[in-house]
Every structure is written in C-alpha cells, then in structure tokens.
Design a protein around this ligand. Structure first.
Ligand SMILES: NC(=O)c1ccc[n+]([C@@H]2O[C@H](COP(=O)([O-])OP(=O)(O)OC[C@H]3O[C@@H](n4cnc5c(N)ncnc54)[C@H](OP(=O)(O)O)[C@@H]3O)[C@@H](O)[C@H]2O)c1
Length: 360
C-alpha cells in the first residue's frame, strides 16, 4: 500500500468517532512496517479518552525497527487532558512519522512536528491534506476563529417558504425528514431559535434520534426576555438553557428566568448580535450550533456571515403566498453580485422530500 492509501485508512478510522470527539478533532493513526503492512491502529474516540497515537502505539514498549506511524493530524506537543503525543512517539522510538494535516490549533501549529524533527525523526507532512482537513470542519473553525461551527436547518416548500401566510408550519416535510432533523440535533452541541419560533411552534429542542446521547444546549434569542412560562423551553430542564437578550430585560424577568435555571446573557445592543453571541457560546466550550429558524434569526446569521453549512429539507409542495415567510428574511441585497454564494455538497431524497446540503 502506498502512503495515500494508508492515510485514507487512517481517515476512515478517525471517522468512526464522527460527532463524538468535540471539542477535540477526529484523528486516526496507523503503524505499519516499511512495506506498508499494518501492525496496529487506533483513533480518538471521545474527549478525555486516549488520543489516536496512544491507541496505535500503546501496546509497544518500543515499536519494531523501521516501522512508520501515519497520523491524520499533527501530534500534539502540549499537555491537555492527556500528555503530549509527540513525547509518546519519541518514547516508543518511532523513526518515521507521516502526517496528513498540520494542526491549526495555535497551541500546536508546527510545534509537534518541530519536536519530532528536533529528535531526529523523519517527518513527511501534507499527505492527503485536503481529505484530512475535510473531516474536521468544526475543530478547524473552533481553533482558528474561536467561534462554534454554525449549521442552519430549515424545512421549506418548493418555493422556499417555512410557513403559510397564517403562520402554519407543522408539518411542511414528512416524518423521515423530521427524523433526520433529530439526527442533526444529536450531531450539534447546541440548538438555537428566535423568539417568534419559540412562540409559534413551542419546540422541545431536544434530540429524539439518540436520546441516550448528551442533549444539546438550548439557545433562544429574545431581546426582551419575554418568553412564555408555558413553553417547553421554560418548563423543561432537560439540558442547559441560554437566553441571549438585550440590555432592557426587567429585574423581575431576570429573576423569573434565572430561578428557573435559564442562563441569561445580555448584550449592550438592543438586539443581541450574532457574532457576539457565538463568542459567548465558544467561551462556554460549545463547539457547534444548529440554527432552526425562523426567518429573521436566520437572516441575522447570514447578514453577519456566520453560517457555515445549510441543511434545507425541501418538500414537493408550493405554499404560494407572497406573505408567507421564506427561510431567510430580508438581507437587503439589490444586485446578484451581492448574493451569498454557497457550494452544494449533497442532495439526498428522504421519504418524499429532498435534503440539500450546502457549505460556504
Ligand atoms: N419550517 C421551518 O423549518 C421553520 C423553522 C422555524 C420557524 N418556522 C416558522 O417561522 C416563523 C417565525 O419566524 P420569524 O422570522 O417570525 O421569527 P424568528 O426568527 O423565530 O424570531 C425572530 C425574533 O427573535 C428575536 N431576536 C433576538 N435577537 C435576534 C437577532 N439577532 N436576529 C433576529 N432575531 C432576533 C427578535 O424578537 P425580539 O426583538 O422580541 O427579541 C425577533 O423578532 C414561525 O411561523 C415558525 O413556525 C419555520
């Protein structure tokens, strides 16, 4: 097997833990002999559990002479929850390391490679680099921009509407599409809706696809903090709740929400800004956010260029009213040149509906 073929196997290993490693990246590692025969392998399964290199090298006091370590991401050189993997590689007497992607985390970014080179280890970096990068969009965004990765999800009609003119939106898409929506919730650490959606739909904002998994943090944008005491969001303590509000929320309202376990974060601006809110989520260790509407909130994410991925579940129905809300509200563009360009990533038929995935 050549280097690329082995690295692709390491990528496949890393992907076994997809959506389970946050805030850590997905990483796979394979130890081979010089002919490319696999001797051992491993992947990072979950934050706090061993890194991929530890899984691949753990059983050796020192690795066989002439063996080669393939790892999808540069080995770390700092103490996190576990000791530096670069030190482990030295300790196990690995002589050659082949790396997919340099770690963009400023705590590592070249330091792991340098540690290996300084110890006289042969290092080859950048093998299948693009493919290695492609498995870690969340981690890369987190460490390079200090922001959570943002996906927007909407259930829309063929004419791009999310509700009828009278506000009816349950259900535009069919049961299979809705089930997939729950899977998306299980793949994100938090979910957000705007105040009007909370009022209109009273969503539970829980993940029913994998109920045993951690439930996402529930985020609501409501400048006045004025939300119904009868809403699921107010009543259910299933997972942490954050409310982004403006500066004018009354003391009584704050007491009422906080005594009910809701964490209120107030902006200085009358309406909480999106990038500001995302920074707060990042500070709380939240690595990804699924925005479930409605139209105005989505527009705010788009206007501030804070959306990384779109999941549009499209039903073969036409709602057909100019008064009905589209999945994004007013963005104020007047020319095609200004229009946001996404890149289609995938189309999939789910029951009677289509799931269109696009990335920025
Ligand atoms: N089909 C679907 O997938 C789907 C999904 C979700 C919702 N919906 C439908 O969408 C409709 C609601 O959408 P909507 O556009 O009226 O309202 P929305 O986006 O749910 O909520 C907008 C409200 O959130 C508050 N807010 C606070 N910070 C904000 C910010 N930075 N940007 C934007 N809003 C912010 C504002 O109210 P305050 O100023 O009072 O705080 C604003 O009016 C409902 O009919 C619902 O059923 C459909």
């Amino acid at each position: 097997m050549n280097n690329e073929a082995i690295m692709r196997q390491a990528i496949a290993l890393a992907l076994k833990a997809q959506f389970k490693t946050a805030p850590n990246p997905l990483v796979g590692a394979i130890l081979t002999d010089r002919q490319g025969k696999i001797l051992s392998q491993g992947y990072h399964r979950k934050s706090g559990l061993p890194h991929a290199e530890v899984e691949a090298l753990g059983n050796y006091k020192s690795v066989p002479e002439d063996s080669v370590l393939f790892v999808t991401l540069e080995p770390c050189a700092h103490f996190g929850k576990t000791p530096p993997c670069a030190d482990l590689i030295l300790e196990k007497k690995v002589k050659k390391v082949i790396i997919g992607q340099r770690d963009p985390n400023p705590k590592v970014n070249g330091k792991g490679i340098q540690r290996l080179l300084d110890a006289g280890i042969e290092v080859l970096s950048g093998v299948c680099q693009k493919e290695c990068e492609a498995i870690n969009p969340v981690y890369i965004k987190n460490v390079t921009r200090n922001l959570p990765y943002v996906s927007i999800k909407s259930a829309i009609s063929l004419d791009g509407k999310i509700a009828t003119a009278s506000g009816e939106s349950k259900w535009i898409t069919g049961p299979q599409a809705r089930e997939r929506g729950h899977l998306l919730r299980s793949q994100h650490q938090s979910i957000a809706v705007g105040k009007n959606t909370l009022e209109a739909d009273d969503p539970r904002l829980d993940n029913r696809a994998e109920p045993k998994a951690d439930q996402p943090v529930r985020v609501v944008f409501a400048s006045s903090g004025d939300i119904s005491e009868q809403s699921h969001y107010f009543k259910s303590a299933l997972s942490p709740r954050i409310l982004f509000g403006g500066p004018e929320i009354s003391k009584d309202k704050i007491n009422q929400l906080e005594s009910n376990g809701i964490d209120i974060i107030q902006s200085e601006t009358p309406m909480p800004g999106i990038e500001w809110a995302l920074r707060k989520l990042h500070e709380k260790g939240i690595s990804s956010l699924l925005v479930e509407g409605g139209s105005r909130l989505v527009a705010s994410f788009l206007k501030e260029k804070m959306a990384d991925r779109l999941y549009l579940f499209m039903a073969p129905k036409i709602i057909g009213s100019q008064k009905a809300l589209g999945w994004t509200g007013e963005l104020g563009f007047t020319s095609l040149e200004e229009a946001f360009a996404f890149r289609f990533e995938n189309f999939e038929q789910i029951g009677d509906d289509l799931l269109i995935t696009a990335v920025i």
